[in-house]
Write a protein that binds this ligand. Structure first.
Ligand SMILES: [Zn+2]
Length: 281
């Protein structure tokens, strides 16, 4: 059995500050390096649990930061290959043609606007909101839908209590969750001891793989309407220069696609425009 893993950092055991995510300039490098070790520990715990239930090989898709390089290769479980570096279109470079049985989401955070630890969507603070078919979504829903577009069911999520609850509700309880910390605000969390958090991850991963035979992909039904609310009006105006992009005249752009994968590519292109050096923010 083969598993594709996406790993973010905001929902990793112990992480509670933007400084630990490596994306805030004044963060001490030691903060980020500590979080890298915690991230690698969470991934390893999921891999160990999955192997107990019969999974044999793994591809990890790094999904944090513009650089997409976070995991510590020296400490990573030897059964895991890693897709790292940028730019990539998420999952397209994970060699999905080899046939994955399931997907794991490790270290996830709540969507933008939620009062939950380090909540955001794709870019903090350049994207204010992303909606798919009218529903506000976070990176978890986006990644689960992307995996579904390849026919791959996502079977595990780890992160704070908010994102785990959101995704369990959205998926109708189909996705196993390991809560590793409890959100007290966007900037504070009650974190479990690392050893307990990883035990939860290991057990949830084992259950997830045991349930694989009955798991089905969860996603949105085409046609897919994407709305992206940007912080900067000038970026929204520039995005709307492209054909087939709708524009509300303020900060929100809109696109309708025939498949989720097509819509996801458009979203990533908007993300890259929003994070370009042209952006005055
Ligand atoms: Zn992240």
């Amino acid at each position: 059995m083969r598993i594709v893993i996406s790993a973010d950092i905001e929902g990793i055991s112990g992480v509670a500050s933007l400084k630990e995510t490596g994306t805030e300039g004044d963060g001490a490098p030691a903060d980020y390096q500590m979080a890298q070790r915690w991230l690698t520990g969470d991934v390893n715990a999921a891999v160990e649990g999955a192997m107990e239930a019969g999974a044999a090989s793994f591809v990890l898709h790094e999904s944090h930061g513009l650089d997409l390089r976070n995991v510590l290769l020296d400490e990573l479980h030897p059964a895991v290959e890693v897709v790292r570096g940028r730019p990539v279109i998420f999952y397209e470079e994970a060699d999905l043609g080899r046939g994955y049985n399931g997907a794991f989401l490790i270290g996830m955070h709540a969507r933008a606007g939620e009062s939950a630890i380090l909540s955001h969507v794709l870019s903090w603070p350049l994207l204010r909101d992303v909606r798919v078919n009218g529903q506000p979504v976070g990176e978890a829903e986006l990644t689960i839908s992307l995996a579904a577009s390849y026919g791959i069911p996502t079977v595990l999520i780890t992160g704070d209590d908010r994102v785990c609850l959101d995704i369990q509700r959205w998926s109708g309880g189909q996705i196993e969750a390991a809560v590793v910390k409890y959100s007290l605000s966007r900037y504070a969390a009650r974190c479990l001891p690392l050893i307990e958090a990883r035990e939860r991850i290991r057990q949830a991963a084992r259950r997830a793989v045991e349930r694989l035979s009955t798991a089905r992909p969860v996603g949105f039904t085409p046609p897919i309407t994407l709305e992206v609310e940007l912080v900067e009006r000038e970026i929204a105006r520039s995005v709307a220069w492209m054909p087939e992009i709708g524009y509300d005249g303020d900060r929100t752009v809109r696109y309708v696609g025939e498949s989720f994968r097509q819509v996801y590519r458009v979203l990533l292109a908007i993300f890259w425009m929003a994070t370009s050096r042209l952006n005055p923010l």
